[in-house]
Design a protein around this ligand. Structure first.
Ligand SMILES: [Zn+2]
Length: 283
């Protein structure tokens, strides 16, 4: 089976351009933002863009397709107004994802902003229950991404994902996404074999490895346990080439889609990082 490898792709100019951009980089899977990541402004999905996306995707063989949710959405918020607008925006994005034929929405687990982790997780699970009900019949999956654990953000410990899954009425469409830079910053030393083994055992014990559907493959500029979210080029960070090689070849991970969210500095940054990963694969 060929490696499923992709990158976070710009949707500037319209989503129909995403599959072509991904294919040009040699990707067979891709991720992009549902809307401007820092803006609430929601424009209705342009149906001709959606049709163009589906066509270009089929022509270029890009699958699976992941849509990353906006950073403004906070499903764990104790602020009622922010909570309700977050749920509403998430439902809109799920409907757009369905029209586009995307496979998964990737979501962070939100921040409790001082209300406490238990309260934040309960609110997050409430939000997901509502979203799943409001999008009944949808074929779009929802992936919960682990965090670096900065501030009071949830999801740095896989018991959080387990607790949310346990509180859902229906977990059928819900899985998890592993971000390697976030895992490293939250305290798993992916520079070493034992650090990776510990992380994978944790996932297995908490949610089960079958829930793992996506790896965000990023090196980390910040140190292990720093809780600072700082993505770095593959092999240039503290996980390093040796750590990265172990990750992309690990039997639990190697058949999953890998999406790079590495820095975009310089026009060739994605191409260089993707070719580094391909070189590490199978070695
Ligand atoms: Zn990520």
């Amino acid at each position: 089976m060929p490696m499923l490898l992709g990158a976070h792709i710009s949707a500037a100019g319209g989503v129909s351009l995403v599959p072509g951009r991904a294919a040009e980089l040699g990707c067979n899977t891709a991720q992009f933002f549902s809307r401007s990541p820092q803006s609430w402004r929601s424009r209705a999905l342009d149906l001709s863009q959606a049709a163009g996306f589906r066509k270009a995707r089929a022509q270029n063989g890009i699958t699976p397709v992941f849509i990353h949710i906006s950073y403004l959405i906070n499903l764990a918020s104790a602020d009622k107004k922010l909570f309700l607008s977050s749920v509403e925006a998430f439902v809109e994005d799920m409907r757009d994802a369905e029209v586009l034929g995307a496979d998964y929405i990737v979501s962070h687990m939100g921040c409790h902003k001082g209300a406490g982790e238990a309260a934040g997780l309960a609110r997050f699970a409430d939000a997901l229950n509502t979203i799943i009900k409001k999008t009944a019949g949808s074929s779009v999956g929802i992936l919960l991404e682990n965090s670096a654990g900065s501030g009071n953000c949830l999801g740095y410990d896989f018991s959080h994902q387990r607790r949310v899954l346990e509180a859902l009425e229906d977990t059928g469409r819900v899985g998890i996404c592993l971000d390697t830079a976030h895992a490293f910053a939250s305290g798993y030393d992916l520079f070493t074999a034992s650090g990776l083994a510990k992380l994978l055992k944790e996932i297995k014990d908490q949610t089960g490895t079958e829930k793992l559907r996506l790896v965000h493959l990023n090196d980390s500029r910040s140190s292990c346990g720093s809780r600072v979210d700082a993505h770095e080029h593959i092999g240039k960070g503290r996980i390093g080439l040796v750590g990265m090689r172990r990750i992309v070849n690990h039997p639990f991970l190697k058949d999953l889609p890998f999406i790079l969210e590495t820095p975009k500095d310089g026009g060739r940054a994605d191409a260089i990082n993707l070719s580094t990963v391909k070189e590490l694969r199978g070695r």
